[in-house]
Ligand binder design. Structure first.
Ligand code: ADP
Ligand code: NI
Length: 220
């Protein structure tokens, strides 16, 4: 796609202003990292850079977690791109990616996306893994009032979006309901490679967390 003067910068200021007050791991720096990762993957996979960059920047606009609607974000992005001089194709392609990025439950299949969409979805998921993913999960949990962990909480393999959205898991529960499943859902080979190390780190973290919780660390 041919670049449009200033469009990426305008998308950036829109996304920045929407995420200004976030303290739950969805601040501007999340978007910034997703854009970087998505472009890094796109370059390896030969995807369209403009579509990837715009979708990465706009992927959390009016997200379900803020708007309680699955369609409001993609629709806002579609209309905004048209209004900013983007073509119908660009607006449609980018808003389809935005609509398909989110995880919707362990038992819910991911929507099929274009190569560009796969780059953005992998990048968003990579930012939910590893050291940063751990930090974000506990920040999100704290912001929405979840416990760190409760040994009695049994993780649920949700089979519908509605069930997944209605859940109120502990943050350790969220690792089992989503974060530990993501490395298997990576679509690009670049994403898979990066996910492997981040997933391993997260598993070490959880194992240690539970050792400390159970009072058996330092004895092994
Ligand atoms: P998605 O659209 O797939 O939810 P996002 O980038 O919008 O992806 O946000 C996902 C991040 O939000 C997770 O990686 C995690 O850090 C945090 N998060 C979402 N739900 C929970 C939860 N129930 N407990 C802890 N963290 C959560
Ligand atoms: Ni995101």
């Amino acid at each position: 796609m041919a670049p449009i003067d200033g469009l990426v910068a305008r998308a950036e200021s829109w996304a920045r202003s929407e995420s200004e007050n976030d303290t739950g791991g969805h601040d501007w720096w999340h978007t910034y990292r997703v854009r970087d990762l998505a472009l890094r993957i796109a370059d390896r996979e030969g995807a369209d850079r403009l579509e990837v960059e715009l979708a990465a920047i706009l992927h959390d606009i009016d997200d379900y977690k803020k708007s309680s609607s699955e369609s409001s974000g993609p629709k806002a992005v579609y209309l905004w791109l048209l209004q900013e001089g983007g073509s119908e194709t660009l607006a449609k392609n980018v808003s389809e990616i935005v609509a398909g990025v989110s995880f919707k439950g362990a038992g819910v299949r991911d929507r099929r996306l274009s190569l560009e969409g796969a780059c953005v979805r992998d990048a968003d998921r990579l930012d939910a893994l590893g050291a940063i993913g751990i930090a974000r999960a506990f920040a999100y949990g704290g912001t929405v009032g979840r416990a760190l962990h409760d040994p009695d909480y049994v993780p649920v393999p949700h089979s519908s979006v509605a069930e997944y959205r209605a859940g109120r898991p502990t943050t350790v529960g969220h690792f089992h309901e989503k974060l530990l499943l993501l490395h298997d859902r990576m679509e690009t080979s670049t994403g898979q490679r990066i996910a492997a190390g981040r997933d391993a780190f997260m598993r070490d973290f959880l194992a240690r967390f539970l050792r400390e919780w159970g009072g058996v660390d330092g004895e092994e």
